[in-house]
Design a protein around this ligand. Structure first.
Ligand code: GLU
Length: 286
């Protein structure tokens, strides 16, 4: 399959200027390396809404991004995820976990256990001992604690791999599983997204190699922050495309990236990943 990059929004709210900037960067990275570009709606969670997804896609088109196949919806891939979980289960790589968030926080952990890692409480617990008062989550039985990925902006990045969740107790497939399975199915070999997801990439890369998929090259780009240094959000004021307007939004994004051009196609000419700013963009609406 031809190499591809992608933008994969969760349709929980309208895209803000920071999301649009990440989408534009994903498009620039893909197009400047002769890749296809794809859009995938990450709508596994029931808190997401179809009308939001439609507005997100319309906004991406409005700023001049183009994609090479109709957007895919994760909601329609549930059989695909179930088949992958069944395959991993057959290989003995899945176990049931009955821990609540509180159980995990209060569990004793090994002295050098990495912070934020699942302590492995249910890993070797015989099934009959499990508490039956809630449906279990499914976790991956991982045989490493760390994995290294290559990131175009962060270099070699090593991070925690624990027995992470593949399917939540409520039956919803976990983001880390869905993203790996879909990227592989769509031929995505370049993942550009916000750097809040950098620490998830070792888990995803580890799972990709377990499933026999190529590991994508990553570019985790700086987030957009508000004047207080917090992640930009709707309450910060005029931050969506409807509020800012297309030409102004594109102008602000181009300036923040040190690019010239009024459209993504024009910005492509001078695009050089090595020249991108490495710090966050502080955005002041108004
Ligand atoms: N859906 C995720 C988000 O909107 C991004 C997932 C990804 O790019 O891997 O934060």
């Amino acid at each position: 399959m031809t190499a591809a990059g992608r933008f994969a929004p969760s349709p929980s709210a309208d895209l803000h200027i920071g999301n649009l900037r990440t989408a534009l960067l994903a498009w620039l990275f893909a197009r400047s390396t002769a890749r296809r570009f794809l859009v995938r709606v990450e709508d596994l969670d029931d808190r997401t809404f179809a009308d939001v997804a439609a507005r997100q896609i319309a906004d991406l088109a409005a700023i001049g991004l183009t994609w090479d196949a109709p957007p895919e919806y994760q909601r329609s891939h549930r059989d695909r995820y179930a088949a992958v979980i069944a395959g991993l289960t057959e290989r003995g790589l899945v176990y049931e976990c009955y821990c609540s968030r509180k159980d995990i926080l209060s569990a004793p952990r090994a002295p050098h256990a990495p912070e934020g890692a699942y302590p492995g409480t249910c890993r070797d617990m015989p099934r009959h001992r499990a508490r039956a008062d809630r449906p279990p989550a499914l976790r991956l039985r991982s045989d490493v604690t760390e994995y290294t990925v290559t990131d175009l902006l962060h270099g070699q990045y090593s991070g925690v791999v624990d027995d992470f969740v593949l399917r939540r107790g409520d039956g919803v497939v976990a983001y880390n599983l869905a993203v790996v399975v879909d990227d592989a199915a769509q031929g995505v070999d370049q993942v550009v997204r916000g750097d809040d997801l950098l620490s998830s990439s070792p888990r995803q890369a580890y799972l990709a190699q377990l499933l026999g998929h190529p590991i994508p090259v990553y570019a985790h780009v700086p987030l957009v922050l508000n004047a207080e240094g917090k992640r930009l959000a709707k309450r910060d004021g005029a931050v969506t495309l409807a509020e800012i307007g297309v030409p102004r939004a594109l102008g602000q994004i181009a300036a923040s990236l040190g690019l010239s051009g009024a459209t993504p196609a024009e910005m492509l000419t001078g695009f050089d990943p090595a020249a991108l700013p490495t710090g966050p963009w502080i955005y002041q609406p108004g």
